[in-house]
Ligand binder design. Structure first.
Ligand code: PLP
Length: 369
């Protein structure tokens, strides 16, 4: 598709490959979490790069996301992180998506269509050990639950859980891990041995080797965004995403003029004000008003006044910045770097929401193929 507006996201697939290799334990597999269009980075391209770099599994949140990977010809194992929604089972199984189960109804709905599939359908049983979002609860029902899985003609392929605080609280995380390992042992004692036991999101992958088990399941870190402060540097993660644009208009305005909706940014001295074609419709949040900085000529420059739907204004001071010059909204330009975490902190959220929130109208381009 031809691009007319100079605003786009550049995703460095070498960075994805580097991060996947850095995160993959020497012993054990890596499941790349590519839900939500790979956290905004592009699901198919990221999935291919991750598989190239040694990932053996992919994970998605929606059946639609799994089908999208299959339509692109990706035939790796794809785990659904929640139960298949009612009515989606036949399509999901036909596409060979691996089901997660944690309710009796989930087992029944799956078993009803699994009979039409060659061989036993392998399922991953998810235990709620403390996140309290989805999963079998109370989790100590696991042995009975697995018996029901097997009685329904399904195969017990995986057992897994998800941490609530691996980014900020080791005690809670170790409690969850201890409970999960005990429940895994209970299954083994009952004669039920899954092929894959897994628990670790990015923070646990980086901070808690004893939680690596058979597969680690990182998302944010494969994109080079850190789940907790300091981790990216420690693991030499490389941010994969750069959000680029260019100045479309530039003018010299005298001291005393005020800028954008509400005139909340007043010039104290004459200044060059540059217009950049990105706005909150692109996921450049209006909450960045008054606080965010962008990079032009390798220098941090304040966003002047309110972020509008399609455009922002940038105060370039006395520099004669002109139309056509490159602007970096997120990422590296020269020696300066604006991180997703920084934009998250300014707008009252986390780096995850910044990258995931870059909207569809911003084209994604790929380097490092
Ligand atoms: C069940 C599950 N596992 C793993 C992940 C990956 O988490 P992170 O992006 O923090 O690595 C997620 C993401 O939210 C998830 O929901």
């Amino acid at each position: 598709l031809k691009r007319y507006r100079p605003t786009y996201v550049e995703v460095d697939l070498d960075a994805i490959r580097h991060n996947v290799s850095a995160l993959k334990p020497a012993e054990g597999e890596l499941m790349a979490v590519v839900k939500a269009n790979a956290y905004g980075h592009g699901d198919v391209e990221v999935a291919r790069a991750a598989l190239d770099a040694g990932a053996t599994w992919l994970a998605v949140a929606l059946v639609e996301e799994g089908l999208h990977l299959r339509e692109a010809g990706i035939d790796a194992q794809v785990l659904m992180l929640s139960e298949f929604p009612p009515g989606s089972e036949a399509d999901a199984l036909q596409a060979d998506l691996t089901p997660t189960v944690y309710t009796d109804e989930g087992i029944d709905r799956l078993a009803a269509v699994a009979a039409d599939v060659d061989g036993a359908v392998g399922v991953h049983v998810k235990l709620d050990t403390g996140m309290h979002r989805v999963g079998l609860y109370p989790p100590d029902d696991v042995v009975d639950f697995v018996r029901r899985v097997l009685d329904s003609g399904l195969a017990f392929e995986g057992l897994w859980t998800h941490f609530a605080r691996s980014d900020d609280d080791a005690v809670t995380t170790l409690d969850q891990l201890k409970l999960f390992l005990q429940l895994t042992k209970d299954c083994l004692a009952a004669g039920y041995q899954p092929e894959f036991v897994h628990a670790s999101n990015s923070a646990a992958t980086m901070l808690l080797p004893e939680a690596h088990l058979d597969i680690v399941r990182p998302g944010i870190a494969i994109y080079g965004v850190e789940p907790a402060s300091g981790l990216a540097e420690r693991f030499r993660l490389e941010p994969a995403l750069t959000w680029r644009s260019a100045v479309t208009m530039s003018r010299r305005l005298p001291a005393g003029e005020a800028i954008s909706y509400g005139h909340r940014y007043k010039l104290e001295r004459d200044s060059t004000i540059a217009t950049v074609p990105v706005g909150y419709a692109d996921g450049y949040s209006r909450r960045l008003t008054d606080h965010a900085e962008v990079l032009i000529r390798g220098v941090r420059r304040p966003v002047a006044g309110a972020v509008t739907m399609d455009q922002i204004l940038v105060d370039c001071g006395d520099d004669d910045v002109a139309a056509g010059e490159e602007v970096v909204l997120l990422g590296l330009q020269g020696d300066e770097f604006v991180s997703a975490e920084e934009l998250g902190a300014i707008s009252g959220t986390i780096g995850y929401e910044i990258v995931t929130g870059i909207s569809e109208r911003v084209p994604r381009e790929y380097v490092g193929r």
